[in-house]
Design a protein around this ligand. Structure first.
Ligand SMILES: *Cc1c(COP(=O)(O)O)cnc(C)c1O
Length: 485
């Protein structure tokens, strides 16, 4: 057995590598290099310095590892400039969502209506009467921006708005039942993404969780018994909508009207966490039906909480609607101040709610609804327009075809339902190395200037065109024509 004695041992540089290290320029020399000095004047010296330090550190490692040649000052300068460009690029990047998931949590949930975008932009640019009563010239309440709209749309007596629905649930629990028993069916101890777990939320809000019934079946008498057991400790009865799972088979749950009646008989309020927050019956548009806040309120709920940016299609917000008594208590709780939302949220929410109030062409004006109801022929036509753009992949070991698929609604809304859709499918021709080819392809698309995100499924990359927006089509065509992929 022979041994290559010229290889440096771990952590030990060969003579030539050590010598090469001494030929790397100093930080000061790099910063005085004319193109980098100019860049520092334009972008700020902190970024250029950091990029230069990072580049030098990488070069040292490379030299120690493979003893390669030392790049000249111009080459180092160019590498540093590229690093600065990456540092200066926005971190919150636009992406092209071809997962087909309309309300994609990781890609920012709801897209907003033009009216909402304009309203938020206007509120950013100038002063607005956020908490100012223009009639009396006195201080107002920011919830009033959307109050009347939500009262009209849901039939509630009062409303209050916080940053997101998780905040709305915590606030409702803390305000109505801190240090008290909160009763909820075992089948509704939900965990939704990002570690929102009902038992932990209750603990955080200072409530004592009382599990009622069983995982698959909970009956009115279970609540009666549990409330009788809690006695004076009973603070609240809660129902949480199964947003991201389903319990099927031998099941039973107690409806809103019965639960509200039982709660009230024992002198405690009843709160419903709806999550998704559809404000209209989606079955009108051929979509699965979701429970509506107005239905829970009509059935006797004291408070209903829901998100502004799931099925409602507005900005992220937590909306609490309910009786005057319950909402007044909630608004007085110190957490309300801590969780209150900004003028951006209120401006966009007001504009979105006005679209609902107009009841006019909702499925054209609300992008979430437009994408969820996008006609099959329209999706297929988008696939057909895309297919030629991907023609080059057909020559590079991929089959490129259009196929039917099923889009998810997303964000826990309607977890079981899928919407019939169509995708451009890129499938490796050779079985051998197919996994790696798919990984490489997905990664290439994700590293385009405007990244494209698809879905790997059944040994192929699926680009579901339900969520392909008009502006994305243009960008995609430009990117692929430029040979980026
Ligand atoms: C989504 C959801 C939440 C959390 O809402 P965020 O707006 O994400 O804070 C809470 N409960 C249910 C049932 C949900 O579906």
């Amino acid at each position: 057995m022979t041994q290559d004695l010229t290889l440096p041992g771990p952590g030990e540089a060969s003579g030539s590598a050590r010598e090469a290290l001494t030929r790397l320029p100093s930080i000061d020399r790099l910063l005085n290099h004319a193109p980098l000095a100019a860049l520092a004047a334009e972008r700020g010296s902190a970024w250029v310095k950091r990029a230069a330090q990072d580049e030098l550190a990488d070069q040292r490692q490379r030299l120690l590892r493979d003893g390669a040649t030392v790049p000249n000052l111009d080459a180092l300068g160019a590498a540093i400039a590229a690093r600065v460009a990456r540092l200066a690029a926005p971190r919150l990047r636009r992406v092209i969502n071809l997962t087909g998931t309309v309300i994609h949590t990781n890609l920012g949930r709801a897209l907003m209506a033009d009216e909402a975008i304009d309203a938020a932009a206007a509120a950013m640019r100038g002063y607005v009467a956020l908490e100012y009563d223009l009639g009396g010239g006195s201080r107002g309440d920011r919830d009033e921006v959307v109050e009347q709209l939500l009262l009209d749309l849901t039939g509630a007596e009062a409303v209050t708005i916080v940053n997101n629905n998780a905040a709305a649930v915590v606030l409702g629990l803390a305000a109505l039942a801190a240090r008290k028993d909160v009763l909820i069916s075992r089948g509704e101890l939900i965990e939704i993404g990002g570690a929102f777990r009902m038992p932990d939320i209750m603990k955080t809000a200072g409530c004592r969780l009382v599990e009622v019934g069983t995982t698959n079946r909970t009956h009115p008498r279970d609540f009666e018994t549990a409330l009788a057991d809690s006695g004076a400790r009973a603070g609240l009865v809660v129902k949480a909508h199964w947003s991201n799972y389903a319990i099927t088979g031998f099941t039973a749950a107690v409806d809103d009207a019965t639960l509200a009646q039982i709660a009230h008989k024992h002198g405690v309020p009843y709160m419903v966490d709806l999550g998704a927050g559809a404000l209209i019956d989606l079955s009108k548009y051929g979509l699965p039906r979701e429970p509506l806040p107005q239905e829970s309120l009509a059935a006797g709920a004291d408070v209903v909480t829901f998100s502004g940016d799931k099925l409602l299609g507005g900005p992220q917000a937590g909306i609490l609607v309910g009786t005057r008594t319950a909402i007044t208590r909630i608004k007085k709780h110190p957490l309300k101040r801590a969780l209150r939302c900004s003028k951006l949220t209120l401006a966009a929410l007001e504009a979105t709610l006005r679209i609902y109030a107009s009841a006019h062409r909702l499925h054209e004006r609300l992008p979430v609804l437009a994408l969820l109801t996008r006609p099959a022929v329209d999706i297929r036509a988008a696939c057909e327009r895309m297919q030629p753009l991907f023609a080059r992949f057909a020559g590079a070991g991929f089959e490129v075809r259009i196929d039917e698929c099923a889009s998810q609604i997303g964000s826990g809304s309607l977890p079981v339902e899928r919407l019939g859709s169509a995708a451009l499918v890129l499938a490796p021709v050779a079985a051998k190395g197919a996994g790696r080819a798919l990984d490489t392809l997905s990664q290439r698309l994700r590293t385009l200037p405007v990244p494209v995100v698809g879905r790997v499924h059944e040994n192929a990359l699926w680009l579901d065109c339900r969520t392909l927006l008009a502006a994305d089509e243009v960008t995609l065509a430009q990117q692929l024509a430029a040979g980026c992929a």
